[in-house]
Design a protein around this ligand. Sequence first.
Ligand code: GLN
Length: 269
Amino acid sequence: MIVAEALAEARKAISASEARLLLQETLGITAATLAAHPQRELGLGDAACFLALVSRRAAGEPIAYVVGRREFYGRQFAVSPAVLIPRPETELLVDIGQAKLTTCEWPRILDLGTGSGCLAVTLALATGGEVVAADLSAEALAVARDNAERLNAEVRFVVSDWYSAIDGEFDLIVANPPYVANGDPHLSEGDLRFEPAAALASGADGLTALRAIVGDARRFLRPGGWLLVEHGYDQGPAVAELLAAAGLRDIEQHRDLAGIVRVSGGIQG
Ligand code: GLN
C-alpha cells in the first residue's frame, strides 16, 4: 500500500486532515514530507498500525488520545484517558494568573486537580515560581509528572483530595475542576464520552468541586493571594456568590475567546 492509497482508505472513515495526521504519526514524519511523497510505499507493519489508529478514531476516540498528546499554550502535553484533554479556554487561567503575579519575585502557586499538568507546568515555566500540583488520581499524576520532566518544569506533585494534603499558603491558587452537572447530556457526546468522568462531572449542579475549592481557599492563600477557577458557561453568577460567601474580595470574572464568562476569582484580603 502506498501513502495515497492509505489516505484514501482512511478517508472512508475519518476526515482528510486527521488521516494525514495519523499517517504522519505512524511514519514519524512531518506534514511536508508526507505531502511530498504520495507514492511512498508503506511497510506491512506501518500499514497495519495506521489502520488501527484510523479505526480507533472512527470509533469516536478523541484524536488527542489516539496520538497521545495535545498542544496547550504552545507546548505539547502527553495525554491519556486518565486525564482531561487540555482545552484552549483553559489558557485564560494562565494569562490571568500570570498577570496577578507580576509583583511576586518567587511566587508560590497551587494547581488543584492538575490532570495532565498543563496549568502547573505552564505556570512554572512562565513564572519560575514554586509550583505544587495536586490530583486525587495517581494515574493522572504520572501523566503530569512525565509532562513536567519532558518540558523541564519544576513542579511538586501531591496526591490530594483538593486541599486534604496541602500545606502552607500560596500567592495563586488555580483550578480547572470538574464542573459539568451529573447527567448533563454533553457527557455522552463527542470527546467527553472518553474522558475521565471524575475530571468532568461534579454533583447535581456541577458545583460540588467548586464549592470545596472556593470554600476553603482563604486558609491556603497569603494576604493578597488570588484564587482563580474555571467554570461552566452558565455558572458565573453562582461562582461569584461562592467567592463572596468564602470571604474573597475584588471578585473578577473573565470571558474566554468565545465571549463566555469562564474564569472567576477573588483575592485574600
Ligand atoms: N470545558 C469542558 C467541557 O465542557 C469541561 C471541563 C471541566 O469540567 N473542567 O468540555
